[in-house]
Design a protein around this ligand. Structure first.
Ligand SMILES: Nc1ncnc2c1ncn2[C@@H]1O[C@H](COP(=O)(O)OP(=O)(O)OP(=O)(O)O)[C@@H](O)[C@H]1O
Ligand SMILES: [Mg+2]
Length: 169
């Protein structure tokens, strides 16, 4: 089944005020599976405030965000496990190579080392970083570093899913 048209994230009537400043005013949009969605606007338009609401860092005054059918507003929501944020300023473990970072992430999610390495290599390949697997992360270019960080996010979201699957079985 082709799932590319499915809505993976739905933002509806999102509003946030900081005292008298209306930072985000009744914002609605959908993002579909596999879509690369650009979110552009002038300085002060409310982009960071929106991203902070999507990632659960701050609460909206009004409106909702659904991630794969789960509301971010719901206290016990799985929505936060399904999203990852690659921030402007990235912190990586400088003494670990690219693959070691992913193995370490796996370890934090109780994934056994063999599986963790296999998963890490798959992620590096998907993000076109395989040739850098044994290089220290601080030797990567800015764009490569962001892709490495996305691989770390991939490790955490994948293993949150499998944990959920395990806890349900
Ligand atoms: N913590 C805060 N307290 C008060 N006002 C804030 C706060 N954060 C943002 N604002 C205000 O909300 C509005 C939106 O800011 P926001 O940081 O979301 O914009 P942005 O689109 O990310 O801008 P930029 O392109 O400059 O990063 C601005 O007027 C800003 O001054
Ligand atoms: Mg901003």
């Amino acid at each position: 089944m082709d799932t590319r048209n499915e809505i993976i994230m739905s933002v509806s009537n999102l509003t946030k005020k900081y005292k008298e400043i209306k930072a985000v005013n009744n914002l609605s949009f959908d993002v579909r599976k596999g879509e690369i969605f650009g979110f552009l606007g002038p300085n002060g338009a409310g982009k960071t405030t929106t991203i902070n609401m999507i990632s659960g860092l701050i609460k909206p005054d009004m409106g909702d965000i659904m991630i794969n059918g789960e509301s971010i507003r719901n206290q016990n929501s799985k929505a936060k496990q399904m999203i990852g944020l690659c921030p402007q300023n990235i912190t990586v473990w400088e003494s670990l190579t690219c693959i070691e970072q992913l193995e370490f992430m796996g370890e934090m999610y109780d994934v056994d080392r063999k599986k963790s390495r296999k998963q890490g290599l798959e992620l590096l390949e998907a993000l076109e970083l395989l040739e850098k697997k044994d290089k220290f992360a601080n030797t990567l270019s800015g764009g490569m570093l962001r892709r490495q960080y996305c691989a770390c996010i991939g490790t955490s979201t994948r293993n949150s899913y499998s944990r959920r699957a395990t806890s349900r079985s």
